[in-house]
Design a protein around this ligand. Structure first.
Ligand code: ZN
Length: 138
């Protein structure tokens, strides 16, 4: 994607603070961090959302998310880590190229993600369809 900021970072057309790179992923520092060590894990292949990403690219991203999370814990000695990912504007996705935020958390950092709303209502038909869709996804 020619106009995509992350694609430009991946090919080196835009600068970044690169933390890690392998065949399918990169990890960089977020240039607008909400916490010390706030990093982004990005698949090299352009996919706008997790709806389109190939499973093998998603697996590679998962492995890099795990690496960056472990490194954050070891290096920053943080009290916890959030992993955050958004798909589409309503979910507050700002850059249309899949990315995961790795956000080290510290006691009293006052970062608030979301409040819980009500209790789970059982909807067996929807759940059954979701289970069969998940099983059959390629
Ligand atoms: Zn892209």
């Amino acid at each position: 994607m020619e106009s995509c900021i992350f694609c430009k970072i991946i090919v080196g057309e835009l600068p970044s603070y690169k933390l890690y790179e392998d065949k399918k992923t990169i990890a960089i520092l977020d240039i607008f961090p909400i916490a010390k060590g706030h990093a982004l894990v990005i698949p090299k292949v352009h996919s706008e959302t997790l709806y389109e990403i190939a499973i093998e690219d998603a697996q590679a991203v998962g492995a890099t998310v795990s690496r960056v999370t472990k490194a954050a814990k070891q290096v920053l000695k943080c009290d916890g880590v959030n992993v955050y990912q958004a798909n589409e504007k309503i979910a507050m996705q700002e850059i249309p190229h899949v990315h995961f935020h790795i956000i080290p958390r510290f006691e009293d950092d006052e970062i608030v993600f979301m409040a819980q709303k009500g209790e789970l209502k059982e909807e067996p038909e929807y759940t059954a369809t979701l289970v069969s869709t998940l099983t059959n996804l390629k």
